[in-house]
Write a protein that binds this ligand. Structure first.
Ligand code: OXD
Ligand code: MN
Length: 600
C-alpha cells in the first residue's frame, strides 16, 4: 500500500484488529478535505456557515460529553512506573495494550479506517518528525489537514525505511449492521489516551475531540516528542515562538511557555504598542528546538495550524487571530448567529440578541448559560494569520535568543526577571505556577505548579525532564538563549491588575530584546536580574510610581514564604530532582535571608 514495509504491516495489523468496512490512505488534497466535510455535513454534525460571511467554513457540534482533553484518562505507559513520575497517570504497558486490544477489536465496524501520514514540522526539516494516524473519524482527517502536513510528500519523505510514530485512534463506537452512526460518535465511558514512550506509540480510544483525537498535537508533539528529545538531546516544549523586530529592522526570535489561560496565543500574535516594532508569529503552542552547527537552538513550530480557544478571542484581544478566521475554518462548539455565522463570549463587546447555543438550543443574553462552550475551538491554517512570519516554514528553523516562562501570579513574582544563567532559568521554569484567579490580593493564593507549562504534557518523569534541561545547558559549544520569568498578572491591594498586558507586553519584550543584544542595563537582585526602575519604557501608561515599584519589586518576604512551598514541591518528586535545582533553591534562600537581614 505504501513503500514502507513497517507501515504496511502496521496498517494490515490494525485493519485486522478493527475490522473497518473500508480503508482510505489519505493524500491531503483539498478534494479529500471537502469529502470529509461533506460526509460530516451529511451526518448532521457539521453545518456549512453562510458563505457570504464565512466562506468555506463549518460549525461542528460535538457530543456534550466529549468537549475537552481528559487528563484523568491520559496515561504514560512506561515499563517502570517511576519513569512516568508522580505528575502523570501510569499504567503497565502490557496491561494497557491488552485492555486496548480488547476495546479496539471490531471497533471500526461500519466505518472507514483512514490512514493519515503526517509531518510535524515542514516536510524534510531536520527538526521535523513523521507520524501516521489511523482514525475512523472524518473530523480528525479534516482537522489533521489543517493542523499538520498530510499526504504524499510525507510518504515520499518516509521512504522505505523512515521512522514514524504510529498513532492509533478510534471514536470507539462501531455501527451495528443496518444502523446509522450517531452524529458525533464517542465512547466516554471507555476513554483512554495512552502513550508508550519507549516504543513511541500512541493509542487513543473513545473521544473525537481536540487533544484526545488529533494525535499530532499534545500526544505526539509534546508527550512522545519530549521522551524522544530526552534520548536525542533536543527540546520539545509547550511554547509559542515569535519574531520581534525593532524600529531599526533588527530582529530576534523568542519562545515562551505559559500555562493555559495566560494568553499564549494572544502573545504569539501581539500587536505591539511601541511605534515601529512588530511581532510576527512562528507558532502559538508547541516548539521543537535542536542545536544547529553554530551551537544555537533552532526552533520550528511542528504544527501547521491553530487549534485555539475561541471564547475570549476578539478584535480587542487578538485582531490577528480574528483576521485569520475570515474563512476556511472549522469552528467547534461555538454559538451560531441568525444569519449563519458564529459567535462566542468575548468576540464582540455585546452579544447578539438571539443565537443558537453550542448545544443547538435557542439562546438570548438572559439565558444565563454560556452561548459557546468555554472550550469551544477554532481550527485554522497558520498561513491565514496576517502576522505569520515569512520564515515560519524554514526547514532549518529559527535561532532562539530568549525563552520566557510565565504564570498567573497576583503577588510575589515581578513583571520580568532575567536568569543569570541556564541553570537558574531551568529553576525558574521548574517553579512556574498560577494562582487561582480568585486569590486574595497581596496574599499568596492557592498555587498550581505547572513546570515549564508542561504539567499535563511531559511524557516522562518531570524531575528527569528538569535534569534533561540542566543537561542541555551543559552541551559543549552551546550558545544558549537567555531565560526570563515574566508575570503579566500582578495585582494591587484592591485586586486590580497593575499591568495593562496585551499590546503593552511589547514593552517587556523590548527589554528582553535589548538584554539579548547586550544593550539594556539590569540590576542583580537576590531573585535574579531585574530592569532598573527606568529600564522599561513605561511612558504614557498612566502608571503611578507605586505601581512601577510593585511591578519591579523584589518581594523578599513573599519569596521567603514561598521557599518552603517549593521545597515541599521538589520533595514530592523524591530522589530524582536534579542537585542543580536544589542548589538553586538553597542559594536563593541564602540570598533572600542575607537581604532580609541587611534591611532589618
Ligand atoms: C491547548 C492546551 O489546547 O494547552 O493548547 O490545552
Ligand atoms: Mn497548549
Amino acid at each position: 500500500m505504501t513503500q514502507n514495509p513497517r507501515l504496511n504491516r502496521w496498517i494490515e495489523e490494525i485493519k485486522t484488529l478493527c475490522e473497518p468496512d473500508a480503508l482510505v490512505l489519505c493524500d491531503g488534497s483539498p478534494e479529500e478535505y471537502n469529502r470529509m466535510m461533506t460526509a460530516l455535513t451529511d451526518a448532521g454534525v457539521a453545518k456549512p456557515l453562510n458563505p457570504g460571511l464565512r466562506p468555506n467554513s463549518y460549525l461542528v457540534r460535538s457530543d456534550p460529553a466529549d468537549v475537552a482533553r481528559v487528563e484523568s484518562r491520559t496515561f504514560i505507559c512506561s515499563a517502570q512506573e517511576a519513569d512516568a513520575g508522580p505528575t502523570n497517570h501510569w499504567a503497565d504497558p502490557d496491561q494497557m495494550r491488552s485492555t486496548l486490544t480488547d476495546l479496539f477489536k471490531g471497533c471500526m465496524r461500519g466505518r472507514t479506517m483512514y490512514v493519515i501520514p503526517f509531518s510535524m514540522g515542514p516536510v524534510g526539516s531536520p527538526i521535523a518528525h513523521i507520524g501516521v494516524e489511523i482514525s475512523d473519524s472524518p473530523y480528525v482527517v479534516a482537522s489533521m489537514h489543517i493542523m499538520t502536513r498530510v499526504g504524499r510528500a510525507v510518504l515520499a519523505e518516509l521512504g522505505t525505511d523512515g521512522a514514524f510514530v504510529p498513532c492509533l485512534h478510534s471514536v470507539g463506537q462501531p455501527i451495528p449492521d443496518g444502523a446509522t452512526s450517531a452524529p458525533w460518535p464517542c465512547n466516554p465511558e471507555n476513554l483512554y489516551v495512552a502513550h508508550f514512550p519507549e516504543t513511541r506509540e500512541i493509542w487513543s480510544f473513545g473521544s473525537g475531540y481536540g487533544g484526545n483525537a488529533l494525535l499530532g498535537k499534545k500526544c505526539f508533539a509534546l508527550r512522545i516528542a519530549s521522551a524522544m528529545a530526552r534520548q536525542e538531546g533536543w527540546l520539545a516544549e509547550h511554547m509559542l515562538i515569535l519574531k520581534l523586530t525593532n524600529a531599526a529592522g533588527e530582529y530576534r526570535y523568542v519562545a515562551g511557555a505559559f500555562p493555559s489561560a495566560c494568553g499564549k496565543t494572544n502573545l504569539a500574535m501581539l500587536v505591539p504598542s511601541i511605534p515601529g516594532w512588530t511581532v510576527e508569529t512562528v507558532g502559538d503552542d508547541i516548539c521543537w528546538m535542536k542545536f544547529g552547527e553554530d551551537g544555537q537552538l533552532y526552533a520550528i513550530n511542528p504544527e501547521a495550524g491553530f487549534f485555539g480557544v475561541a471564547p475570549g478571542t476578539g478584535m480587542d484581544t487578538n485582531p490577528n487571530a480574528m483576521a485569520a478566521l475570515h474563512g476556511n475554518c472549522i469552528f467547534t462548539n461555538v454559538a451560531e448567529t441568525e444569519d449563519g455565522d458564529i459567535w462566542w463570549e468575548g468576540m464582540t463587546p455585546e452579544p447578539p440578541a438571539r443565537l443558537t447555543d453550542w448545544l443547538g438550543n435557542p439562546w438570548t443574553p438572559d439565558s444565563g448559560t454560556p452561548a459557546a462552550h468555554p472550550n469551544a475551538r477554532f481550527t485554522v491554517s497558520a498561513a491565514q494569520c496576517p502576522a505569520i512570519a515569512d520564515e515560519w516554514e524554514d526547514l532549518k528553523g529559527v535561532p532562539i535568543s530568549a525563552i520566557l516562562f510565565g504564570g498567573r501570579r497576583a503577588s510575589v513574582v515581578p513583571l520580568v526577571n532575567e536568569a543569570k544563567d541556564w541553570a537558574q532559568g531551568t529553576f525558574f521554569g521548574s517553579i512556574v505556577a498560577s494562582e487561582k484567579t480568585a486569590a486574595a490580593a497581596g496574599k499568596i493564593g492557592e498555587l498550581r505548579r505547572d513546570p515549564m507549562a508542561m504539567l499535563p504534557f511531559c511524557g516522562y518523569n518531570m524531575a528527569d525532564y528538569w535534569q534533561h534541561w540542566i543537561n542541555i545547558g551543559q552541551t559543549p559549544g552551546a550558545k544558549l538563549p537567555k531565560i526570563f520569568y515574566v508575570n503579566w498578572f500582578r495585582k494591587d491591594d484592591s485586586g486590580g491588575f497593575v499591568w495593562p498586558g496585551f499590546g503593552e507586553n511589547a514593552r517587556v519584550l523590548e527589554w528582553v530584546f535589548e538584554r539579548c543584544l547586550g544593550r539594556a542595563e539590569a540590576i542583580d537582585t537576590p531573585i535574579g536580574r531585574l530592569p532598573t526602575l527606568t529600564g522599561i519604557n513605561f511612558a504614557n501608561l498612566d502608571l503611578t510610581d507605586d505601581a512601577i515599584s510593585t511591578l519591579l519589586k523584589v518581594d523578599v518576604g513573599g519569596w521567603l514564604a514561598e521557599i518552603p512551598l517549593i521545597e515541599a514541591y521538589y520533595e514530592s518528586f523524591g530522589e530524582k530532582v536534579p542537585d542543580a535545582l536544589w542548589e538553586q533553591l538553597a542559594s536563593l534562600k541564602q540570598r533572600l535571608l542575607a537581604s532580609a537581614e541587611h534591611s532589618a
